[in-house]
Design a protein. Structure first.
Lengths: 639, 346
């Protein structure tokens, strides 16, 4: 009782002195900045000793790489197997098989979707590329699930394993995709095998996390009940835990596939065949239309795989299956007919090349549209860029890079302490120490300025659009497909239009990051506001609250947790675009990663920059995540 | 209930059958129905039966199975042009050709894995040459490809009309204000290149005492878009560019004269104060592949053409809306005198 009262007392009694303290500290920081500006800075040095040490490590690894040759050969062999399988089916076989799978698991609608979707891949002239992606993805997903599901089950049952795995998974998820292509080419060289391994590393954390969540979600009483009836550990797992977490496991498979697809495109940079290469070729010709075709093919593949795995996941649930209408033999019969027909077609027509009778391409209209759009809005967008850069970005970057390092570290650590508590402050200080140790202070500060502006803009736009979407059903249904496409369309597609509108600048990178990070933020805001209970909203309306009062006094405060989660996700996603942003002029850490990947002499710097991005990510994540948790806890005790 | 569902399945099957029938009619109408595999090399030629490499350039297919050649395509269109022409001729000679598009550093690794046989256009890279040719012996220099690479500082042609003396580096400080952007602060902006390219502009600017700041575009696509926009909107831009490059057929750029290159003036990249050297672009092949010998090796050794040849093919691909293969065929038809010399004499 006393503890609760004490905790309740803190905000009311201590608020005034604490606020004064914060104000005083902020003032002191400003004075210190003005006094010591330009001193104790840590300017960038390309010849930092650590970079050279990492180069040395690289040479040693290169000399001993043969150890890993079996892994490389094994993975490559597996992909070859799937390649051959898809090739032997030919396009009619693959389409028929996909349609049959859709029919059995999801019914007629899913089957039709599969049929039409795969046919479009062919008529875009991208059949071979799509199949190459599919084969690599299937292998990556199989391996990711082979590793991820068992690990997830173990992590779900043991707190200790879960705690040990968590930071590793954090690291894997925040590390920018391009940054770990460097160490992977070092270990596995180029081609299909390293691409599959990179994809696997990218996709496996989701598989582990969601599976663990599912296992943990099984009520403890159910497990106890099974044990008391004399079930062995194995029986508990196979008869209780797994059947009861079918849906989360289905979701894990689904998410693994989605992540793998987004990564497999990027691996074209290390020699993976497929749609990623089409995108890259289009990019080198600055041909937005051609890259749009390839991008659409990727979106279609994503939709198909999403719907098919979702359908399969639901089918796994016996209740769901029982609720279906129609006799099974008809389904299976129709599926069989489809497959037989599909396999028979190769005897009639050439099945290796998709007929170009149905050829479609969005290339010309898209190029025309982009030309019109960029030349019409160029002047306006350049103005926006100039204003944002000179008023916000440049001052922020200059403060962060010219202030003494101890002032930046001290201020942000104190901020972390204030909003998120001591543990967060310790993590933040450690991350800063490591960044300084990596010799990348200046570039990290420049990147931090970009990420902060990108996140603020993302949250601002996300909040407005999310609120609109939560309050207008029609707007929401219009928005949904747009968000779906924005989430699956590879960033490479919209980089060129962004360049034409904003020139190669840091702001262009920020725009790309906003497009990438907005969909989840909008969704979270929308869900947060919608989940405020009906009765509360009705009560407020009944007591005479206006729409505006309802929003500001009821809906937004009550969905605070979802909003903080949105902020957190926004930061992580903006950060994950840092490297891609460097392709359009962002410079700083992202550029270091790309040079490290491209030039042998910069390997060490690139690797260090990749790690620095992860450290920035952990730092920002801890500040916002802990703030969310703290507020939530505060509200619960207060209420 | 049951009837409607059966009906739906029937409808789906019918639709499938119809589509299948459509396809069969379109592509299989005249072809023999027996073979389904990729082996049918003889099905395609319509104009003439090509037998061996001596035949015309009308098709890029040939008979015979002399093995596979793995050609590497660098990420620029000129390199795609090299490969398209070589691929067409090698296929006529009876080889199967696989291609791979890779960043330069990554491509050289392919020599040690056996995934790349030939790079048809190499721009310098002394560090890689040392690692894979001198030390590793995994790759061998097979001579120039005939194209000369010119790296330098370029401005859009409209700027030269307006400020005629801008092409001399001595006058660049005078114009620094023109090039100021939101990125470069109070200095002029110099647009730096794709990070994979050979470059030392930051050192050049500081050693020549120029009032400019290098802003890296980050990719070739970004540089090209920037020059296109600078031409279209008449906005000032100075940056790193190179010839051969397809953009030069679309947008006119002029080179700024830097202190001339003398051998050795770029020895210490921290003190460099001279223009980039002209790059005699060369071909690199995997040593083990060369040792196998054969017509393809002779062909690769002989392969040599000019900047104009390469730009012609690259222009067909980029601005002429052709596939690489169509562009190669068009060039091959027009220049038999050039490519006949590459073929092995038999």
């Amino acid at each position: 009782m006393t503890t609760v009262r004490a905790r309740l007392a803190v905000p009311t009694v201590a608020a005034t002195p604490r606020r004064a303290l914060v104000l005083g500290l902020a003032l002191a920081a400003v004075v210190a900045f003005l006094l010591f500006r330009g001193q104790w800075t840590l300017p960038h040095d390309d010849d930092y000793f650590l970079f050279r040490i990492l180069n040395g490590v690289r040479d040693t690894v290169e000399a001993n790489r043969t150890v890993l040759e079996p892994v490389r050969a094994g993975v490559a062999g597996l992909v070859g197997l799937f390649d051959d399988l898809l090739a032997s089916l030919g396009w009619p076989g693959v389409i028929a098989a996909a349609t049959a799978i859709g029919l059995i698991f999801g019914g007629v609608r899913v089957a039709l979707l599969a049929l039409v979707g795969f046919a479009i891949l062919g008529s875009l002239g991208l059949w071979e590329s799509s199949m190459a992606v599919l084969a690599m993805m299937l292998v990556a997903v199989l391996l990711a699930l082979g590793i991820g599901l068992p690990l997830g089950i173990i992590a779900g049952r043991s707190e200790r394993v879960s705690a040990a795995l968590s930071p590793v998974l954090d690291f894997m998820q925040i590390m920018p995709t391009l940054a770990y292509l460097t160490p992977i080419t070092l270990l596995f060289l180029i081609g299909v095998a390293p691409s599959v391994i990179a994809t696997l590393i990218f996709a496996v954390p989701a598989a582990i996390r969601i599976t663990a969540l599912g296992i943990r979600g099984v009520p403890a009483e159910t497990v106890e009940a099974a044990r008391s009836l004399g079930a062995t550990e194995m029986q508990v797992l196979t008869k209780v835990l797994l059947p009861l977490s079918r849906r989360p496991v289905g979701l894990a498979i689904n998410q693994t596939i989605m992540l793998a697809l987004s990564m497999v495109v990027i691996t074209s940079l290390i020699g993976a065949p497929g749609l990623g290469r089409n995108l890259q070729n289009a990019l080198s010709k600055v041909d937005v239309g051609a890259s749009f075709d390839a991008g659409i093919a990727i979106v279609i593949l994503a939709i198909l795989l999403d719907r098919l795995t979702n359908a399969a996941g639901e089918w796994l649930d016996p209740r769901e299956r029982a609720a279906r209408h129609g006799p099974r033999w008809v389904t299976i019969g129709a599926a069989l007919v489809l497959v037989v027909v599909g396999l028979a077609i190769p005897f009639v027509v050439n099945a290796t090349v998709f007929p170009d009778t149905f050829a479609v391409s969005f290339r010309e209209p898209v190029n025309a549209l982009v030309d019109w759009f960029t030349s019409t809005f160029h002047a306006i967008t350049i103005g926006i860029k100039d204003v944002a850069t000179t008023l916000v970005l440049n001052p922020m970057e200059s403060v962060l890079t010219t202030a003494p390092w101890w002032l930046v570290v001290g201020s942000i650590t104190t901020l972390a302490w204030y909003v998120s508590g001591r543990r967060a402050a310790i993590v933040v200080a450690t991350c800063f120490a490591l960044i300084i140790g990596l010799g990348l202070w200046e570039h990290s500060m420049a990147t931090l300025a970009n990420v902060v502006l990108g996140t603020l803009l993302t949250l601002g736009i996300g909040l407005v659009v999310g609120i609109l979407s939560a309050r207008h059903d029609r707007f929401r249904s219009f928005l949904r497909p747009v968000l779906d496409a924005a989430q699956t369309l590879p960033a490479f597609v919209y980089l060129i239009p962004a360049l034409a509108l904003f020139n190669p600048t840091r702001f262009t990178a920020i725009v790309a990051a906003i497009i990438y990070a907005l969909p989840p933020v909008i969704r979270l805001v929308d869900v947060g506001i919608r989940s405020v209970s009906e009765t509360v909203v009705e009560a407020a309306t009944a007591s005479g609250a206006t729409q505006r009062q309802l929003l500001w006094k009821v809906q937004l405060p009550m969905s605070r947790h979802a909003l903080l989660l949105a902020a957190n996700q926004g930061i992580v996603m903006v950060l994950s675009m840092v490297v891609i942003g460097a392709l359009v002029g962002a410079g700083a850490l992202g550029y270091d990663v790309i040079t490290g990947f491209a030039q042998g002499t910069d390997f060490g710097k690139g690797l260090a920059a990749g790690i620095a991005i992860v450290l920035l990510g952990i730092l920002l994540d801890r500040i916002t995540q802990a703030a969310g948790a703290r507020r939530q806890a505060g509200m619960e005790t207060a209420g | 209930m049951r009837h409607t569902i059966v009906g739906r399945y029937l409808a789906v099957s019918l639709v499938t059958l119809l589509i299948v029938a459509g396809c069969a009619k379109s592509s299989g109408g005249t072809a023999a129905p027996a073979t389904a595999g990729p082996s049918a090399g003889g099905a395609a030629p319509t104009e003439q039966a090509s037998s061996g490499a001596s035949a015309g350039a009308a098709t890029c297919t040939g008979s015979g199975d002399k093995g596979t050649v793995q050609l590497m395509i660098n990420q620029w269109v000129g390199a795609e042009a090299n490969v398209a022409v070589a691929q067409c001729l090698l296929q006529q000679m009876g080889y199967k050709v696989t291609t791979n598009t890779l960043a330069e550093e990554v491509a050289w690794q392919g020599f040690s894995t056996g995934e790349v046989d030939v790079i048809l256009e190499n721009w310098g890279h002394p560090d890689l040459e040392k690692k894979y040719i001198t030390d590793g012996k995994q790759a061998t220099d097979v001579g120039p490809n005939g194209v000369t690479g010119i790296i330098g500082w370029y401005v859009p042609a409209w700027m030269v009309e307006k400020y005629p003396d801008i092409t001399d580096w001595n006058n660049l400080n005078k114009y620094a204000d023109l090039f100021k952007t939101s990125e470069s602060g109070n200095k002029g902006q110099f647009l730096g290149a794709d990070p994979t390219f050979v470059q030392y502009d930051e050192a050049l600017i500081s050693n020549l005492g120029l009032d400019y700041k290098v802003i890296f575009s980050g990719s070739e696509a970004a540089t090209i878009t920037a020059f296109q926009q600078a031409d279209k909107n008449k906005t000032p831009l100075i940056g790193y560019f190179y010839d051969p490059q397809w953009l030069l057929n679309e947008v006119k750029l002029d080179q700024v004269k830097l202190p001339p290159y003398t051998p050795g003036c770029d020895a210490d990249l921290k003190k460099v104060a001279c223009d980039y050297p002209p790059y005699v672009l060369n071909k690199i092949a995997r040593t083990a592949w060369l040792d196998k010998g054969g017509d393809a090796v002779t062909f690769v050794k002989n392969f040599s053409w000019t900047n104009a040849d390469q730009n012609e093919v690259a222009d067909y691909v980029t601005n002429g809306n052709m596939t690489a293969e169509e562009a190669a065929k068009k060039w091959l038809d027009a220049h038999p005198d050039v490519w006949k010399a590459w073929l092995p004499k038999s």
